[in-house]
Design a protein around this ligand. Sequence first.
Ligand code: BES
Ligand code: MG
Ligand code: ZN
Length: 518
Amino acid sequence: MSSIIGHGLIIINRYFIMELKIVYSNIPLTNEKLEAVVVFVTEDSDLLGSGLRALPDALKKNLSTSLKLRVFTGKKGKSQHLFSGYAKIPQILAVGLGKKDELDAETLRRAAGKAGKMLTDLKANTVGFVVTSLLQDAVETDAGLVLAEGLTLGAYEFNAYKKTDNEKSKPKSVIIQCCDPDNLTSLKALKAGKIRADGTNLARNLGNTPANDLKPKDLAAEAKKIARQHKMECTVLEEKDMKKLGMGMLLGVSRGSREPAKLIIMEYSHQQAKQTIAIVGKGVTFDSGGISLKPGKNMDEMKFDMCGAAAVLGAMEVFGQVNPKLNIIAVIPTTENLPGGEAQRPGDIVTAHNGKRVEILNTDAEGRLILGDALSYVVKEFKPDAVLDLATLTGACITALGHFTTGAITNNDALMEQVRNAGNISGDLVWQLPSYPEYGESIKGKYADLQNIGGGDSGTIIGGLFLEHFIDKTPWVHLDIAGTSWNVKHIGYQPNNGATGVGVRLLVDLVQKWKPLS
Ligand code: BES
Ligand code: MG
Ligand code: ZN
């Protein structure tokens, strides 16, 4: 029995991307006709050891020869396109898993991602893969879920602006057939994996879209669209509303741009929910630094300064489909940070939503300003049991942790433990940084309650501690995704360039495994 999930092309912000349709079948591949098959091979066992009995004999024969000749060895991170010599399935995408007893979910996700990447150049529209007990034994959840997730993440490309003479700008649809003769997975699990990856790919699309096509109003429109599709509440506050609410920090940042700032609020609720969590994402659609202007080199990268917002929107898109038993409030403060004639100046003092006065010493430390007002608003209005924020907050976080691990600051160890755990499951790794009160001394203000930068050192910690002034003791974790949200190298399921969609699967795993905080 086969059934199809997914429907046609995803159209996001009027761009086409490749769509995978994942089909489930529990009959062996022996009689199927497909253009290619993905095979996962370990480096220290033969094909049978890799659990590939379900492959047709003729195909196995040629694959064994390739392995014997060491055309392909099964090493981790390696992959090889082979011809099978078997007419019904002429091409093989062999992907290495490394050592058999070191196999885990992340290795499998990366291997599947590698296969997904190969699909984008492959001349094939029907591709199979086999779920084996080797793969299932390596993961705690469901191998089908991990494979569907990895394939969908790996197949992602951002070609929206390559319209002329480009094969890749043409929409392409590939049918992936999951062959599961031993009934190890299910259509439901495949679908769950695909939903998580599609949410991540949505965040990637938003991140990669240039700032001339993605303004605060476009993030608001995307939020409205997600809310409409999944029956959530969505309110967008305008600058006049922010004035009434006293959001002087957010309004201060937005002054330098003609594009009006927005405060997006989405509410997902579940009848049986016992707790409410808030997720807040930084949505600076372009960060020039403002009057404290950034250097010209690599300033283009500041279109990624809304990746926190993208993660929140991608996660809400997933929550709308998996219906977790939790109430979730998403808040996105969104603005440009530009040095227009009305821009705020270094030395200006503004009043935050919670009444604190803040001296702006550097207009480029704007993320903490807009997040501070958003955090203060959400804890006051919704009294959530926990609050998380995701932000491309500091360049210092890239210096400390590079592009591979998200930095965290928290006031609550139990919540931090849950976030860390979700990071390990999802592959969106998180590392807690210290936050002893001594670090916070340098942002106590000279002329106001607070100032928006410290002395220079430990910038990531100070950015986090600034935010702590706006959460009124709510259990909180701040996630600095400045490094992890773009430009991640050498991970099978991550694109070679651009936005990663980090945070989406982290938030989904956190919510799905949520343990109430006492
Ligand atoms: N958007 C930046 C942080 C950033 C920098 C993200 C590089 C990704 C790559 C943020 O708004 C910012 O400019 N932070 C300043 C803070 C400083 C002025 C205290 C920074 O990191 O330089
Ligand atoms: Mg403005
Ligand atoms: Zn900045």
